[in-house]
Design a protein around this ligand. Structure first.
Ligand SMILES: Cc1cc2nc3c(=O)[nH]c(=O)nc-3n(C[C@H](O)[C@H](O)[C@H](O)COP(=O)(O)OP(=O)(O)OC[C@H]3O[C@@H](n4cnc5c(N)ncnc54)[C@H](O)[C@@H]3O)c2cc1C
Length: 295
């Protein structure tokens, strides 16, 4: 048995790896901390002829009740290096680095420009893939370049433009590229100012979002000029539930796992919300969360 095979877990409950705390088991599950391990994982899946999936912190994922056939690889690459110059700062950070941990590290190093992202409960890799954003800023606004790998194990670097960032989307989904690390353009700042901004935005988040309840964040995408959560609220759906899944009473844009919800409960509720919004407004809303697993 190879070293990588020894590290692979079998029948791993995906509810332990998603912020929704929902999902059946993955046949095989592996956490990789290095590029070498990632390459071995890809090789393993190829040899065994099984599908392979990549996740970060699972904060934008709904895994189906039947779970995932194949190998799930959690990217946990954690390198960080900071290059400070007089007028700018470049930060290169591994895909597995958590957004909150990075925000804290940048605060300690008196680096500004990342405060808006502090409360996003994912990894850098997930944030690049999703072009995550908050408070008027998206990852595309601070990314210089991203190092990634294709499914043949070829490693290359994409410029900001080449990553084709759009609203909650990028080239990585389309081309099945795995994100290894990214370089961010930030600035020298003043610790107290950075801290004040971060504290204010985190407080705002706590007031408006159901942080204490398991969810995958905003269930639906925003649309040009339309606040989806407002439409859902105006359909009278706040607090509406199917099984253990509920439209958050605090923020109508969040479906929460309020009582041991199954993935089916969530999917049924999503379908119901879409129907109600379409009936009332004639607008088709689209999921922001990513769904994986056997149907
Ligand atoms: C309470 C809460 C608040 C949130 N607030 C926000 C917010 O303000 N703004 C926002 O944009 N989002 C928000 N989200 C959603 C989520 O946190 C983001 O989308 C985040 O960027 C996902 O990162 P992740 O590491 O958890 O990715 P995952 O959920 O693990 O994965 C998301 C997608 O990215 C892919 N992926 C992950 N890592 C890699 C990699 N290294 N290489 C290739 N593909 C990869 C996965 O295959 C999957 O398709 C929130 C979620 C919660 C629960």
């Amino acid at each position: 048995m190879s070293n990588i095979e020894k590290k692979i877990k079998q029948n791993e409950p995906m509810k332990n790896h998603t912020s929704f705390k929902i999902g059946g088991t993955a046949d095989l599950f592996l956490k990789v901390a290095t590029i070498e391990e990632l390459m071995q994982a890809i090789e393993y899946a190829k040899t065994k002829k099984i599908p392979i999936y990549f996740i970060g912190n699972g904060s934008n994922l709904l895994v189906t009740d039947k779970g995932i056939r194949g190998l799930v690889v959690k990217i946990d690459i954690q390198n960080i290096s900071i290059q400070k110059a007089e007028n700018s700062v470049k930060v290169t950070v591994g895909a597995g680095y958590k957004m909150m941990a990075l925000a804290r590290e940048l605060l300690n190093q008196e680096i500004t420009g990342f405060e808006e992202f502090a409360g996003i409960p994912g990894t850098i890799g997930g944030a690049i893939y999703m072009n995550a954003g908050a408070y008027g800023k998206e990852m595309k606004d601070i990314v210089i370049s991203t190092k990634c790998m294709d499914l043949d194990g070829k490693i290359f670097t994409l410029s900001n433009k080449e990553q084709e960032f759009t609203y909650r989307d990028s080239i990585f989904e389309k081309n099945n590229y795995i994100i290894l690390e990214t370089t961010l353009q930030l600035n020298n700042g003043i610790k107290s100012k950075i801290e004040n901004k971060m504290t204010k935005l985190l407080k705002e988040r706590k007031e408006k979002q159901p942080i204490g309840e398991p969810s995958a964040g905003s269930t639906f995408k925003r649309q040009e000029g339309i606040i989806t959560a407002k439409l859902i609220d105006e359909c009278g759906l706040k607090g509406y539930s199917i099984g253990g899944a509920k439209v958050s009473e605090k923020h109508a844009g969040f479906v929460v796992n309020s009582n041991n919800a199954t993935a089916k409960d969530v999917l049924d509720l999503i379908k119901y919300i879409k129907e109600k919004v379409y009936e009332k407004y004639g607008i088709k809303i689209e999921e922001e969360l990513r769904i994986i697993g056997e149907e």
